[in-house]
Design a protein around this ligand. Structure first.
Ligand SMILES: CC(C)(COP(=O)(O)OP(=O)(O)OC[C@H]1O[C@@H](n2cnc3c(N)ncnc32)[C@H](O)[C@@H]1OP(=O)(O)O)[C@@H](O)C(=O)NCCC(=O)NCCS
Length: 266
């Protein structure tokens, strides 16, 4: 039981540490962290109040909301799916359940054979400082958020030493190799997380994401870590995609939203 609890806390800590690269972390109350990035206001991966490790009173919740609302932003709260009490409290406070995050893990398995399927000529490289703009552009094209490039580039440059960034270059049928896909690996709390997995639309369906996952697993192996961690929103409908690679559900978190309220006072 303790092992399960420890691994849950470490997975949560990995995700929180990753979020703190992309948003400012406010250690808000006891074990509760709040992440906010006013330049990425609609992104609820990075803007959130994490209630997965601790509970808070209605009064403290209102203070958290205030921090979002004073930036003209909606407030997003994450709760473990099985924590019914806090979900009821959020609903009473005017929150709506808008999405669910699946937290998944892929263990090292010697019989995972990616090479047969990944036959597109798209080698994967570890990004060097000079390649940061290409990686950022690939990420922003894959997630269709080109308007966020400047902010993301600044964050990546600032935290480059904490990340392992991978990029794949498509060679087949092109006169010169072009970036096709990307991901970020993040090692923290004894866990390696796979984040930012994306393939540029015109290169999808060629096995690029599969190669990225295989590379991530190779890093887990090289660092002697037990599994690769990732999070995916059910609204993205990628559960079957990740299941194909052998990812298994570890736990679910519900995402609640309270819409920005003008004129809210504490
Ligand atoms: C999801 C995404 C990364 C897939 O990239 P890709 O390079 O096209 O994926 P691959 O070609 O490696 O596909 C691997 C396998 O998954 C399948 N697959 C691809 N996209 C899928 C989807 N959306 N749902 C279910 N299966 C999918 C492929 O058919 C393939 O299966 P096969 O090996 O049995 O033929 C890409 O669609 C993307 O960038 N989406 C937008 C960003 C995003 O949502 N990233 C994930 C964040 S959690």
């Amino acid at each position: 039981m303790n092992e399960i609890a420890d691994s849950y806390l470490n997975m949560e800590a990995n995700e929180e540490a990753f979020c703190s690269i992309w948003a400012d972390r406010i250690r808000f109350y006891k074990d509760v962290s709040l992440f906010i990035n006013r330049k990425l206001p609609s992104d609820y991966f990075y803007n959130r109040l994490n209630l997965c490790k601790a509970e808070i009173s209605c009064e403290v919740l209102r203070k958290a909301e205030y921090l979002f609302f004073m930036s003209n932003m909606n407030c997003y709260a994450y709760v473990h799916e099985e924590n019914a009490d806090i979900q009821r409290r959020l609903i009473r406070a005017g929150y709506i359940w808008i999405d669910t995050m699946d937290v998944m893990t892929l263990s090292r398995e010697p019989d995972l054979d990616y090479t047969n399927k990944a036959n597109t000529d798209a080698p994967v490289f570890k990004v060097k400082n000079v390649d940061i703009p290409s990686w950022v552009r690939t990420l922003c094209e894959s997630f269709e958020m080109l308007e966020m490039q400047t902010e993301i580039k600044q964050r990546v440059e600032r935290h480059f030493d904490k990340l392992i960034l991978l990029i794949s270059y498509v060679c087949s049928g092109l006169s010169h190799p072009q970036p096709g896909g990307c991901c970020a690996l993040f090692i923290n709390h004894g866990i390696i997380g796979l984040y930012c997995l994306g393939t540029i639309p015109k290169f999808r369906g060629k096995g690029i994401a599969r190669k990225m996952v295989a590379s991530g697993l190779q890093y887990a192996f090289n660092y002697d870590l037990d599994y690769l961690l990732l999070q995916t929103f059910e609204s993205q409908d990628l559960f079957s995609f990740y299941s194909k690679f052998g990812f298994k559900l570890a736990y679910k978190k519900r995402v609640f939203e309270k819409k920005y309220q003008n004129g809210l006072k504490l």
